[in-house]
Design a protein around this ligand. Structure first.
Ligand code: NAI
Length: 286
């Protein structure tokens, strides 16, 4: 039987989540995705209308199939956690069962189990503010959406993951080096995500026999990155200064994720894998 993957954080064909889905599909995995509730309608209708068909093409010429799209809001764990105003919000009221616990239950009902869990989502409402000017609300919201969301996903999905399975998240070097402009507590959120990768590797390894790794990716012009505002500068900086002077493609991160999720990586857990053209290894710009 082929492997089954659930990828949280796919809402268009520009981000790392989509590229990871493609690499996993090319390797023979069945693809399920979790899409942020407010983005669900446009993603599903674009899929249906063939808007992504060009980017669905796999190396063998076939089109990536997404078996099922689940609405998901990873800042809420159970229905009891959802505030009234969100419940009543028009964009949320049209969907149901989108808290983390409910999505895991639905996937279990529909498919029984999964082998691969990918967390490719982040959100920081104050990302464009320096940390020194970030509010408590903004900081905690960044941690909730970008770090705890991973703890929660693993908490609820690990019990339905087959032994030997793997989970992967996406992080950014701003966790460990100063990247001016990556504000709002997002640098803090990535530091938490990387530290949690180690602790969760131990706990989920012992309890469920699954591996936990994170990819520290270089800059990509995704929807989320464009919202931060400095992505073109980061891409230029990387091509000027990285050991490999080429633009990073989302596919390169997708392929690294497929490797980490595969039996080729069966002894790799608790690691941060840099997929950034080597930029992390530089001490100064050149
Ligand atoms: P993206 O915009 O394709 O992905 C972010 C996704 O998160 C979107 O689909 C959005 O709808 C979803 N999302 C936001 N809040 C959510 C919530 N509460 N519940 C469920 N989904 C939610 O952008 P990108 O850049 O591909 O981001 C994927 C991951 O890659 C993120 O963790 C990001 O921090 C990381 N990353 C991105 C880099 C870049 O330069 N683009 C560099 C290094 C890491």
């Amino acid at each position: 039987r082929g492997k089954r993957a659930f990828i949280a954080g796919v809402a268009d064909d520009n981000g790392y989540g989509w590229a990871i889905a493609k690499s996993l599909a090319a390797a023979g995995a069945e693809i399920l995705v979790g899409t942020w509730v407010p983005a669900l309608n446009i993603f599903e209708s674009s899929l249906r209308r063939g808007k992504f068909d060009e980017s669905r093409v796999l190396p063998d010429g076939s089109l990536m199939e997404i078996t099922k799209v689940y609405p998901l809001d990873a800042v809420y764990d159970t229905p009891e956690d959802v505030p009234e105003d969100v419940k009543a919000n028009k964009r949320y009221a049209g969907s149901s069962k989108w808290t983390v616990k409910e999505v895991a239950e639905s996937v279990k009902e529909d498919f029984g189990s999964i082998d691969i869990l990918v967390h490719s989502l982040a959100n920081g409402p104050e990302v464009s503010k320096p940390l020194l000017e970030t509010s408590r609300y903004g900081y905690l919201a960044a941690i909730s959406a970008s770090s705890y969301s991973y703890v929660s996903l693993l908490q609820h999905f690990a019990p339905i993951m087959n032994r030997g399975g793997a989970t992967i998240s996406l992080t950014y070097i701003a966790s460990e080096r100063i990247i001016p402009g990556y504000g709002g507590g997002m640098s803090s959120a990535k530091a938490a995500l990387e530290s949690d990768t180690q602790v969760l590797a131990f706990e989920a390894g012992r309890k469920h026999g699954i591996r936990v790794n994170t990819i520290s990716a270089g800059p990509l012009r995704s929807r989320a990155a464009k919202a931060i505002g400095f992505i073109d500068m980061m891409i230029d900086y990387s091509s000027e200064n990285a050991p490999l002077q080429k633009e990073l493609s989302a596919e390169e991160v997708g392929n690294a994720a497929a490797f980490l999720a595969s039996p080729l990586a069966s002894a790799i857990t608790g690691t941060v894998l840099y997929v950034d053209n080597g930029l992390n290894a530089m001490g100064v710009g050149v």
